[in-house]
Design a protein around this ligand. Structure first.
Ligand code: FE
Length: 231
Protein backbone atom coordinates (compact mmCIF):
# COMPACT_ATOMS: atom_id res chain seq x y z
CA UNK A 1 0.00 0.00 0.00
CA UNK A 2 2.73 2.41 1.01
CA UNK A 3 4.77 1.58 -2.05
CA UNK A 4 1.80 2.09 -4.34
CA UNK A 5 0.98 5.33 -2.63
CA UNK A 6 4.54 6.61 -2.91
CA UNK A 7 4.72 5.63 -6.55
CA UNK A 8 1.50 7.42 -7.24
CA UNK A 9 2.57 10.47 -5.34
CA UNK A 10 5.88 10.60 -7.17
CA UNK A 11 4.00 10.52 -10.44
CA UNK A 12 1.53 13.08 -9.24
CA UNK A 13 4.38 15.39 -8.33
CA UNK A 14 5.78 15.09 -11.83
CA UNK A 15 2.46 15.66 -13.50
CA UNK A 16 1.38 18.41 -11.16
CA UNK A 17 4.69 20.21 -11.52
CA UNK A 18 4.47 20.26 -15.27
CA UNK A 19 0.82 21.17 -15.39
CA UNK A 20 1.14 23.92 -12.82
CA UNK A 21 4.13 25.50 -14.43
CA UNK A 22 2.72 25.21 -17.92
CA UNK A 23 -0.66 26.66 -17.31
CA UNK A 24 -0.76 28.55 -14.05
CA UNK A 25 2.71 29.92 -13.79
CA UNK A 26 2.65 31.41 -17.24
CA UNK A 27 -0.54 33.21 -16.38
CA UNK A 28 0.55 34.30 -12.93
CA UNK A 29 4.11 35.09 -13.94
CA UNK A 30 5.58 33.96 -10.68
CA UNK A 31 9.08 32.71 -10.20
CA UNK A 32 9.27 28.95 -10.49
CA UNK A 33 12.97 28.37 -10.73
CA UNK A 34 12.97 25.53 -8.24
CA UNK A 35 10.46 22.96 -7.18
CA UNK A 36 9.70 23.55 -3.47
CA UNK A 37 11.10 20.84 -1.24
CA UNK A 38 7.66 20.28 0.28
CA UNK A 39 5.95 19.89 -3.08
CA UNK A 40 5.03 16.27 -2.40
CA UNK A 41 3.21 17.29 0.75
CA UNK A 42 1.41 20.05 -1.09
CA UNK A 43 0.31 17.65 -3.80
CA UNK A 44 -0.90 15.16 -1.23
CA UNK A 45 -2.86 17.86 0.62
CA UNK A 46 -4.34 19.30 -2.55
CA UNK A 47 -5.29 15.89 -3.86
CA UNK A 48 -6.94 14.94 -0.57
CA UNK A 49 -8.94 18.16 -0.54
CA UNK A 50 -10.00 17.84 -4.17
CA UNK A 51 -11.02 14.21 -3.70
CA UNK A 52 -12.88 15.07 -0.49
CA UNK A 53 -14.82 17.80 -2.30
CA UNK A 54 -15.60 15.45 -5.14
CA UNK A 55 -13.75 17.59 -7.69
CA UNK A 56 -11.19 14.98 -8.65
CA UNK A 57 -11.43 11.26 -9.16
CA UNK A 58 -8.34 9.59 -7.74
CA UNK A 59 -8.56 6.77 -10.28
CA UNK A 60 -8.69 9.28 -13.13
CA UNK A 61 -5.56 10.98 -11.79
CA UNK A 62 -3.85 7.61 -11.58
CA UNK A 63 -4.83 6.83 -15.15
CA UNK A 64 -3.58 10.20 -16.44
CA UNK A 65 -0.23 9.87 -14.72
CA UNK A 66 0.16 6.25 -15.79
CA UNK A 67 -0.61 7.14 -19.41
CA UNK A 68 2.14 9.72 -19.69
CA UNK A 69 4.65 7.82 -17.57
CA UNK A 70 4.29 4.42 -19.16
CA UNK A 71 2.20 4.47 -22.33
CA UNK A 72 3.13 7.67 -24.15
CA UNK A 73 6.78 8.15 -24.79
CA UNK A 74 9.19 9.33 -27.45
CA UNK A 75 8.23 6.43 -29.72
CA UNK A 76 5.22 8.45 -30.89
CA UNK A 77 7.47 11.26 -32.05
CA UNK A 78 9.85 8.73 -33.61
CA UNK A 79 7.05 7.27 -35.71
CA UNK A 80 6.23 10.74 -37.00
CA UNK A 81 9.85 11.47 -37.88
CA UNK A 82 10.27 8.17 -39.71
CA UNK A 83 7.11 8.81 -41.72
CA UNK A 84 8.39 12.25 -42.68
CA UNK A 85 11.65 10.71 -43.86
CA UNK A 86 9.95 8.23 -46.18
CA UNK A 87 6.92 10.24 -47.29
CA UNK A 88 7.73 13.67 -48.76
CA UNK A 89 4.07 14.68 -48.95
CA UNK A 90 3.57 13.92 -45.25
CA UNK A 91 6.76 15.79 -44.42
CA UNK A 92 5.48 18.85 -46.24
CA UNK A 93 2.17 18.68 -44.40
CA UNK A 94 4.04 18.27 -41.13
CA UNK A 95 6.13 21.37 -41.73
CA UNK A 96 3.21 23.40 -43.10
CA UNK A 97 0.76 22.57 -40.32
CA UNK A 98 2.26 20.39 -37.61
CA UNK A 99 -0.88 20.04 -35.52
CA UNK A 100 -2.98 18.88 -38.47
CA UNK A 101 -0.37 16.39 -39.71
CA UNK A 102 0.11 15.00 -36.20
CA UNK A 103 -3.62 14.53 -35.93
CA UNK A 104 -3.30 12.04 -38.82
CA UNK A 105 -1.53 9.82 -36.27
CA UNK A 106 -4.10 10.67 -33.62
CA UNK A 107 -1.53 12.71 -31.69
CA UNK A 108 -2.76 15.89 -30.02
CA UNK A 109 -4.68 16.90 -26.96
CA UNK A 110 -3.26 17.58 -23.52
CA UNK A 111 0.06 19.43 -23.72
CA UNK A 112 0.14 19.00 -27.46
CA UNK A 113 -2.73 21.05 -28.78
CA UNK A 114 -0.57 23.14 -31.11
CA UNK A 115 2.79 21.95 -32.34
CA UNK A 116 5.26 23.48 -34.76
CA UNK A 117 7.69 21.09 -36.41
CA UNK A 118 11.10 22.55 -37.28
CA UNK A 119 13.47 20.81 -39.66
CA UNK A 120 17.17 20.29 -39.16
CA UNK A 121 19.28 20.56 -42.29
CA UNK A 122 23.04 20.53 -42.94
CA UNK A 123 22.96 24.34 -42.45
CA UNK A 124 20.34 24.78 -39.73
CA UNK A 125 20.11 23.14 -36.31
CA UNK A 126 17.05 23.63 -34.12
CA UNK A 127 16.99 23.41 -30.33
CA UNK A 128 13.89 23.42 -28.13
CA UNK A 129 13.63 24.83 -24.62
CA UNK A 130 11.00 26.27 -22.33
CA UNK A 131 12.66 29.21 -20.61
CA UNK A 132 9.75 29.78 -18.22
CA UNK A 133 9.17 26.25 -17.04
CA UNK A 134 8.84 22.93 -18.83
CA UNK A 135 6.36 23.14 -21.72
CA UNK A 136 6.92 20.04 -23.81
CA UNK A 137 5.00 18.01 -26.42
CA UNK A 138 3.73 15.26 -24.12
CA UNK A 139 1.73 13.34 -26.77
CA UNK A 140 4.87 13.00 -28.90
CA UNK A 141 7.66 12.62 -26.37
CA UNK A 142 6.04 11.65 -23.07
CA UNK A 143 7.10 13.48 -19.92
CA UNK A 144 10.07 15.84 -20.12
CA UNK A 145 13.46 14.69 -18.84
CA UNK A 146 14.69 16.24 -15.59
CA UNK A 147 17.40 18.26 -17.30
CA UNK A 148 14.84 19.87 -19.61
CA UNK A 149 13.10 21.30 -16.53
CA UNK A 150 16.33 22.43 -14.86
CA UNK A 151 17.14 26.13 -14.48
CA UNK A 152 20.63 25.81 -16.04
CA UNK A 153 19.28 24.27 -19.25
CA UNK A 154 16.41 26.73 -19.50
CA UNK A 155 18.65 29.75 -19.17
CA UNK A 156 21.78 28.58 -20.94
CA UNK A 157 20.00 27.12 -23.96
CA UNK A 158 19.19 30.65 -25.07
CA UNK A 159 22.36 32.37 -23.82
CA UNK A 160 24.89 29.82 -25.10
CA UNK A 161 23.17 27.15 -27.19
CA UNK A 162 26.40 25.96 -28.81
CA UNK A 163 27.99 25.51 -25.38
CA UNK A 164 24.99 23.55 -24.14
CA UNK A 165 25.06 21.36 -27.24
CA UNK A 166 28.77 20.68 -26.73
CA UNK A 167 27.98 19.46 -23.22
CA UNK A 168 25.50 17.05 -24.77
CA UNK A 169 28.31 15.86 -27.01
CA UNK A 170 27.20 17.71 -30.12
CA UNK A 171 29.65 20.16 -31.66
CA UNK A 172 28.28 22.13 -34.59
CA UNK A 173 30.37 23.72 -37.31
CA UNK A 174 30.56 27.51 -37.22
CA UNK A 175 28.61 27.81 -40.46
CA UNK A 176 25.61 25.95 -39.05
CA UNK A 177 22.91 28.33 -37.89
CA UNK A 178 21.44 27.47 -34.48
CA UNK A 179 17.79 28.33 -33.95
CA UNK A 180 16.43 28.15 -30.39
CA UNK A 181 12.68 27.76 -29.95
CA UNK A 182 11.08 28.80 -26.67
CA UNK A 183 8.03 26.65 -25.95
CA UNK A 184 4.93 28.08 -24.35
CA UNK A 185 1.69 26.73 -22.99
CA UNK A 186 0.17 27.62 -26.36
CA UNK A 187 2.79 26.27 -28.76
CA UNK A 188 5.10 23.25 -28.51
CA UNK A 189 7.94 22.33 -30.85
CA UNK A 190 9.25 19.12 -32.34
CA UNK A 191 12.57 18.93 -34.11
CA UNK A 192 12.58 16.91 -37.32
CA UNK A 193 16.14 15.56 -37.28
CA UNK A 194 18.18 14.87 -40.38
CA UNK A 195 17.92 11.36 -41.73
CA UNK A 196 21.34 9.79 -41.15
CA UNK A 197 23.61 8.54 -43.88
CA UNK A 198 23.49 4.80 -44.36
CA UNK A 199 19.79 4.54 -43.61
CA UNK A 200 18.64 4.46 -47.23
CA UNK A 201 17.68 0.79 -47.17
CA UNK A 202 15.89 0.78 -43.82
CA UNK A 203 12.16 0.29 -43.46
CA UNK A 204 10.00 2.96 -41.86
CA UNK A 205 9.80 0.89 -38.68
CA UNK A 206 13.55 0.42 -38.54
CA UNK A 207 14.04 4.14 -39.15
CA UNK A 208 11.75 4.95 -36.22
CA UNK A 209 14.00 2.79 -34.09
CA UNK A 210 16.90 5.15 -34.81
CA UNK A 211 15.10 8.28 -33.65
CA UNK A 212 15.95 9.35 -30.11
CA UNK A 213 14.07 11.66 -27.79
CA UNK A 214 17.09 13.93 -27.52
CA UNK A 215 17.28 14.32 -31.30
CA UNK A 216 13.67 15.49 -31.33
CA UNK A 217 14.47 18.11 -28.66
CA UNK A 218 17.54 19.10 -30.66
CA UNK A 219 20.32 18.24 -28.22
CA UNK A 220 21.56 15.32 -30.32
CA UNK A 221 21.78 14.08 -33.87
CA UNK A 222 20.56 10.72 -35.04
CA UNK A 223 23.22 8.07 -34.72
CA UNK A 224 23.68 6.37 -38.13
CA UNK A 225 22.68 2.71 -38.26
CA UNK A 226 25.33 0.04 -37.95
CA UNK A 227 26.25 -1.66 -41.19
CA UNK A 228 23.95 -4.57 -41.84
CA UNK A 229 21.18 -3.15 -39.64
CA UNK A 230 17.92 -4.99 -40.00
CA UNK A 231 15.65 -3.77 -42.73
FE1 FE B 1 6.70 26.33 -20.00
Amino acid sequence: MNTTRRDFLAGAVTAAGVTATSDLAHAQDHDHQDVPSDVALRVKSLESLLVEKGLVDRAALDALVDTYEHKVGPRNGARVVARAWVDPAFKQRLLDNGSAALAEFGYGGTQGEDTLVVENTPRVHNLVVCTLCSCYPWPLLGLPPVWYKSAPYRSRAVIDPRGVLREFGLTLADDVEVRVWDSTAELRYLVLPERPAGSEQLSEEALAGLVSRDAMIGVAKIVPPEKGARL
